[in-house]
Design a binder for this molecule. Structure first.
Ligand SMILES: [Zn+2]
Length: 168
């Protein structure tokens, strides 16, 4: 039999009545061996009970038996336990909030990664286009090369002709 000290708060423990005579050998409605927990509710602070192992998982198993003779804790220890219970609840809700925030950040990160991949792809396309333009530019320069040379020859011969003409 597994023994669990639990500061979790069984939601039905306030309403459930202690029933004696239940041995720890019995099985719960799920067919599982019950676990020993400690109630931390305002009404039943400190009372131990046998409960279903799935007690807080939302399963509709009603197995629940207080240990006969267990007394409710009073006084300073009770105050302390109630304060701890409050703290636990606050930590739980903070934890839920952080989990949600974490899920949002993971999603945001995935979006950014996608955006980054798109930008890299866009950059690749531009690089390819640029390479194509460079090749085209090289071809045009090559085509223009002879033309430039022949134009220079024409200009040079004109200059020489003018010079010779002026000498006459
Ligand atoms: Zn059960």
């Amino acid at each position: 039999m597994e023994v669990v000290e639990s500061i979790s708060i069984p939601s039905i423990s306030d309403g459930a009545s202690a029933s004696g005579g239940q041995t720890t050998e019995s099985k719960c409605e799920c067919g599982l061996a019950p676990v020993l927990r400690t109630a931390l509710t305002f009404q039943n602070m400190g009372r131990r009970f046998w409960g279903c192992p799935n007690f807080l998982t939302g399963k509709p198993c009603k197995f629940f038996h207080f240990i006969p003779g267990d007394k409710v804790i009073e006084g300073r220890v009770r105050d302390l336990l109630l304060r701890l219970k409050d703290k636990q609840l606050r930590f739980q809700s903070e934890n839920e909030r952080l989990k949600k925030e974490n899920a949002d950040l993971i999603k945001e990160n995935a979006d950014l990664m996608k955006e980054r991949a798109d930008l890299i792809k866009g950059n690749d396309d531009l690089m390819k286009e640029n390479a194509g333009l460079l090749v085209e530019n090289g071809n045009l320069l090559h085509e223009n090369g002879p033309f430039r040379v022949s134009s220079l020859a024409v200009v040079a011969s004109l200059v020489v002709s003018l010079y010779l003409w002026r000498l006459k």
